[in-house]
Design a binder for this molecule. Structure first.
Ligand code: AP5
Length: 213
């Protein structure tokens, strides 16, 4: 790493476990977690120009246009917290044009983590996923339901987490994944994302430690 903290990218299909792993990784390495999905959902909720441009694409499970998201990410990476602490990019780059834009901006990473999970497992994860709007914590109704009745009562489901929309999201993912991976072959680590979250996490941390050594 060239100073300023670790620079990490986590990639994988919809519901492969990126957000779940990022909650732990960001604390362990003290980096800024940048989820483009979360950033875009916040922009939609706030009704910003970016949010207005992104909304219909997100609702239908499609990727938002490169020109909408690239500028947002580049600006965010330039902010002082990212420069000082390092960052963890979650859900970006997702297209060859996004990877190229990072390269053109002189942004390089220390480690590219790819979570490998087959499509049939992903559908089950998507339909059972719920989020706590107060803490942002991610749950699954079968695999990791909350213990607290109060939390259970306020859980929300994302509007793109239906079987029909995950199909579109998976198509978009498969159309781009090989090209994106191809941009990071020298720093790439492929992780089996079908294991239990803490097992996946252990493998990821070992890989990051190695990359940063
Ligand atoms: P985004 O929010 O990035 O969605 P996604 O990539 O589809 O990823 P998810 O958030 O669905 O899943 P995840 O991998 O974080 O899994 P999680 O940890 O929650 O993007 C949404 C939309 O925004 C896109 O469709 C697009 O429109 C737009 N967008 C975003 N970035 C963009 C970009 N760069 N360019 C263009 N458009 C962009 O886990 C899922 C579930 O599984 C949870 O319930 C969890 O509890 C459970 N789970 C997790 N790990 C395990 C495990 N090991 N075992 C069992 N269950 C597990």
């Amino acid at each position: 790493s060239s100073g300023g903290g670790p620079k990490l990218i986590i990639a994988g299909a919809p519901a492969s476990g990126k957000g779940t792993q990022c909650e732990i990784i960001k604390d362990k390495y003290g980096v800024v977690h940048l989820s483009t999905g979360d950033m875009l959902r916040a922009a939609v909720a706030a009704g910003t120009e970016v949010g207005k441009q992104a909304k219909d694409f997100m609702d239908s499970g499609k990727l938002v246009p490169d020109e909408v998201i690239i500028g947002v990410v580049k600006d965010r990476l330039d902010e002082s917290d990212c420069v000082e602490k390092g960052w963890l990019l979650d859900g970006f780059p997702r297209t060859p044009a996004q990877a190229q834009a990072l390269a053109d901006a002189g942004v390089s990473a220390d480690c590219f983590i790819f979570l490998n999970v087959p499509d049939d497992v992903l559908v089950e994860r998507v339909v059972g996923r719920r989020t706590d709007p107060e803490t942002g914590k991610i749950y699954h109704m079968t695999f990791s339901p909350p213990d607290d009745e109060e939390v259970l009562a306020r859980l929300e489901q994302r509007s793109d987490d239906t079987e029909e929309k995950v199909k579109v999201r998976l198509e978009q993912f498969h159309a781009n994944v090989e090209a994106v991976k191809g941009s990071y072959t020298d720093i790439s680590v492929e992780v089996d994302g079908t294991q239990k979250p803490d097992e996946v996490c252990a493998v990821i941390m070992e890989s990051i430690d190695k990359a940063l050594a």
